[in-house]
Design a protein around this ligand. Structure first.
Ligand code: AMP
Length: 399
């Protein structure tokens, strides 16, 4: 598959719209806790600025669901970007309102404008044509550098591409790099290939798991994900995170794994707590001895030992989703120990998803990983073999 390449565009002195993924994690004080996604977009932005382009940047942040919600404003992103680019970054007051349209039309070569949170507009996630057209009308060229949302057919990702011909749109350097790297892994992963899947977005990840099964040799489950499986197996899971309507789906995944000969591992012990809180009483129990009303918030030391053993001979590791509530020190040990082990291994290690990337960065092993993808859902869908809508619309004709 051949992506339209930014280097083939005649950008000099023109206005360029770049869809970025600035959906960065924030701490409880509203500070950006990991600016990897912003830094990752700098190559494309600087490439355009070096060619005297006027650059219009657009991103979503969080889920304001079509409303203007102050805590999801891109103000902190614009400030960080200004610091990183070492030049003025103007933040529009809206997305396609008077202020954005006026500032976009007045933007001079070398200028940088960032639109407000795209998801302040209801139409963004609905791939609304009118919104796409208004966004497209701001610039001569369209660049998608937002790998993290390329699996979504949204206005600024998919719809907008229909307003530019092949000479006026392309993938940015980040998108290109992600697609190239993950594409190679899909075509020829060095085996054994293990997927470590954790976190809390059970519904999204179960579908990914079923599609991943034919491609991997081992699956290791952790985090909130585990309890839907454990419950299906008849374990008492207390008050742990669970999606009851997905129990059958979880059963189907375990059956399918058995049929395909994929080794499927679940936690054998857990750190459990009475409340979802750092200062809750907690204890260590076997997965079969969950006390009523308690919740599992991390994998235990026996699971860590088991998972290390299982990962020992693996040549490729895909890791998406933490093993526990890593944001609270008390429930971070399982994730931290697995992170150190994966980082130390000689396997090709791919970390996907904002939280998992944040986790490996917090403990300083990010540089030890082979590849940190800026997109969790997007990298999973790509590795499942799906064509991402934001990528499909940037393929050269005939590829
Ligand atoms: P995801 O976005 O699906 O990768 O999920 C990441 C989130 O899952 C993190 O914020 C973790 O705190 C959370 N998480 C991990 N393990 C658990 C658990 N056992 N119970 C509840 N939340 C969890």
């Amino acid at each position: 598959m051949e992506l339209l390449n930014i280097k083939n565009l005649d950008l000099a002195g023109k206005k360029v719209f770049i869809r970025c993924d600035f959906n960065v994690p924030m701490d409880e004080f509203g500070n950006i806790s990991d600016d990897r996604r912003i830094r990752s977009a700098l190559s494309t932005i600087n490439y355009c600025l070096d060619q005297d382009c006027a650059v219009i940047l657009a991103s979503h942040l969080g889920r304001p669901d079509g409303q203007v919600v102050a805590k999801y404003s891109l103000v902190p992103v614009a400030r960080r970007l200004q610091h990183l680019l070492k030049r003025e970054v103007l933040l529009a007051k809206d997305v396609i309102g008077e202020d954005a349209i006026f500032n976009a039309s007045e933007l001079k070569p070398g200028g940088v404008l960032i639109l407000e949170n795209l998801r302040y507009e209801e139409g963004e996630t609905e791939n609304d044509k009118e919104l796409s057209e208004k966004l497209a009308s701001m610039a001569d060229f369209y660049i998608n550098d937002a790998f993290g949302v390329s699996h979504r057919a949204h206005s600024s990702v998919e719809g907008i591409t229909h307003f530019f011909d092949e000479k006026h749109k392309a993938a940015g350097f980040l998108l290109q790099k992600e697609i190239e790297f993950l594409g190679k892994i899909i075509q020829k992963p060095v085996r054994p290939f293990a997927a470590i899947i954790g976190g809390s977005k059970v519904s999204g990840k179960l579908e990914a798991l079923i599609n991943l099964l034919p491609r991997v040799d081992k699956v290791l489950i952790g985090g909130g994900m585990a309890f839907t499986f454990l419950k299906k197996l008849g374990y008492n899971i207390g008050a742990s995170l669970v999606e009851d309507d997905l129990l059958d789906e979880a059963g189907r995944i375990m059956d399918e794994a058995k049929k395909l000969g994929v080794k499927f591992y679940l936690p054998v012990d857990l750190v459990v707590a009475e409340k979802f809180s750092e200062d809750s009483i907690s204890k260590l129990v076997s997965a079969q001895e969950m006390p009523d009303g308690w919740m599992g918030l991390d994998i235990g030391p026996a699971t860590v030992r088991l998972y290390r053993e299982v990962l020992n001979d693996v040549q490729t590791v895909l890791w998406n989703g933490p093993m526990g509530v890593y944001e609270m020190d008390k429930f971070a040990r399982g994730s931290n120990k697995i992170a150190h082990f994966v980082a130390d291994s000689y396997a090709t290690t791919i970390v996907g998803g904002g939280d998992t990337a944040d986790l490996v960065q917090r403990i300083g092993v990010d540089d030890e990983m082979t590849f940190i993808s800026t997109g969790g859902g997007a990298s999973l869908e790509l590795l499942e073999g799906k064509i991402l809508p934001g990528v499909a619309s940037l393929m050269a004709k005939g590829s």
